[in-house]
Design a protein around this ligand. Structure first.
Ligand code: TYM
Length: 336
C-alpha cells in the first residue's frame, strides 16, 4: 500500500504568508536539504493553509513562488524531490473533508496554534482556522508519509495526525494509513525572536525587527542582530532559561555552521556580546544572501520554475490519487 517506492516518504510544507524567516529556514528547509537524499521527499508551499488568514491575492502568489524558489536555492533538488504547490493538487482538500468527519471538536480545540491565532482573529474566527490541522493531516497522510521534518511548534499537529490515522486504521484496517512521526532538528528547532527571545521568531511578528527574513538585505540583517536583546550579564553561555537571547544567537550559529554548541561557545571565551551579535549576523548573511539572490533569479526567469512546479504537481497527484482511491474504497464511496 505504500506505493511503488522502497524508500520511506518524508513530507513537509511552509505557509507562504508574508516572507519566510530564519526560523523557517533553520527549523525546516535546512534539515529538508540535509535528509532529502535518504527518503522519497515531498516538499510544498501550503497556500491553502495560508488563506486561514486574509491574504492579498497578488502578494500570496508572489510569496508562494518566492518560497518554492527559496527551497530550490537552499539546495532542494527538484528533480529528485517532488516540489509542488498545495492548491495545485486537489486531493489535499478532497481528503481533508473525509478527515473532517473523523477529527473531534475536543481535540481540535486543544491545538495551541488555534488558540493563539483565534485569539488574534476577533469575533470572526474562520472555520478553516479551526479545521486547519485536518488539512495538514491530509497533506501528510496522502503520501504515506513516515517522517515529517518540522520545527517543534508543529509537533502537536503531527500528533493529531497520528491519532486520526490510528483511529481510521482501527475502523478500516491497519494498513489504511501509514502512521507518521515528526522529525525535529537537534538545534534551532525553535529559533526565537531577536527582540523578545522568549517568543518564537514568526513571519507575522508585530515588530519586524525581531525577525530575520530570508529576503532581508545584509544591512538589515546586521542592524537587527546588533539590536538583539541579550541580558545584563557578560558571560556567553547556553542557558535558555536565564539567557534566552544569547542562547538563541549560539543556536543560530550552531545550526548554520554545524559546529556543536560547545565549539561555538569556546570561540567566545573572553569576548563580549557585541562580538557574538556581529559574528552571528555575518554567518547569517553569508548563508542567506546567496539563497535570496538565486531564488530571485528563479522567480524572474519563470520558465524553469513553472516547469518544476508542473512536474511536481503531476508527480504529487499520481501518488495522492492512489491514496484517495484506497480510502474511498474503504469508506464505502463508489469507486469507478
Ligand atoms: P509554518 O508555515 O508556520 O512553518 C513552517 C516550518 O517552519 C518551522 N518554523 C520554525 N522552526 C524553528 N524556529 C522557528 N521560529 C520557526 N517558525 C516556523 C515550523 O515548525 C515548520 O516546520 N502547519 C504548518 C505547515 C504545514 C505542514 C504540512 C508542515 C501544512 N501542512 C504538512 C508539515 C507537513 C505551518 O504552519 O508551518
Amino acid at each position: 500500500m505504500t506505493g511503488t517506492t522502497e524508500k520511506k516518504v518524508i513530507l513537509s510544507g511552509i505557509q507562504p504568508t508574508n516572507k519566510l524567516t530564519l526560523g523557517n529556514y533553520l527549523g525546516a528547509i535546512k534539515q529538508w536539504v540535509r535528509i532529502q537524499n535518504d527518503y522519497d521527499a515531498y516538499f510544498m508551499a501550503v497556500d491553502q493553509h495560508a488563506i486561514t488568514a486574509r491574504q492579498d491575492p497578488a502578494q500570496l502568489r508572489k510569496n508562494t513562488l518566492f518560497s518554492v524558489a527559496c527551497y530550490i536555492a537552499a539546495g532542494i533538488d527538484p528533480e529528485r524531490c517532488v516540489l509542488f504547490i498545495q492548491s495545485q493538487v486537489h486531493q489535499h482538500s478532497q481528503l481533508a473533508w473525509t478527515l473532517n468527519c473523523f477529527g473531534y471538536m475536543g481535540e481540535l480545540s486543544r491545538m495551541i496554534q488555534f488558540k493563539e491565532k483565534s485569539a488574534k482573529s476577533g469575533s470572526n474566527i474562520p472555520v478553516g482556522l479551526f479545521t486547519y490541522p485536518l488539512l495538514m493531516a491530509a497533506d501528510i497522510l496522502l503520501y504515506d508519509t513516515a517522517l515529517v521534518p518540522v520545527g517543534d511548534d508543529q509537533t502537536q499537529h503531527v500528533e493529531l495526525t497520528r491519532d486520526i490515522a490510528e483511529r481510521m486504521n482501527g475502523i478500516y484496517g491497519p494498513d489504511t494509513f501509514v502512521i507518521p512521526k515528526a522529525h525535529i532538528p537537534k538545534v534551532a528547532a525553535r529559533v526565537m525572536d531577536l527582540l523578545t527571545p522568549t517568543s518564537k521568531m514568526s513571519k507575522s511578528a508585530v515588530n519586524e525587527n525581531g525577525s530575520i527574513f530570508i529576503s532581508d538585505s545584509a544591512a538589515d540583517i546586521e542592524r537587527k542582530f546588533k539590536r538583539a536583546t541579550t541580558d545584563s550579564e557578560t558571560v556567553i553561555a547556553f542557558d535558555t532559561e536565564n539567557k534566552p537571547g544569547v542562547s538563541n544567537l549560539l543556536s543560530i550559529q550552531s545550526a548554520i555552521t554545524s559546529e556543536s554548541l560547545e565549539e561555538v561557545i569556546a570561540r567566545y571565551e573572553g569576548k563580549q556580546y557585541g562580538h557574538l551579535k556581529l559574528e552571528t549576523a555575518q554567518i547569517v548573511i553569508k548563508e542567506l544572501i546567496p539563497i535570496q539572490q538565486r531564488a530571485q533569479e528563479l522567480v524572474d526567469e519563470k520558465t524553469e520554475l513553472n516547469r518544476i512546479l508542473k512536474m511536481g504537481a503531476e508527480r504529487a497527484s499520481e501518488h495522492a490519487e492512489r491514496t484517495i482511491k484506497r480510502i474511498h474504497e474503504r469508506i464505502g464511496y463508489v469507486v469507478i
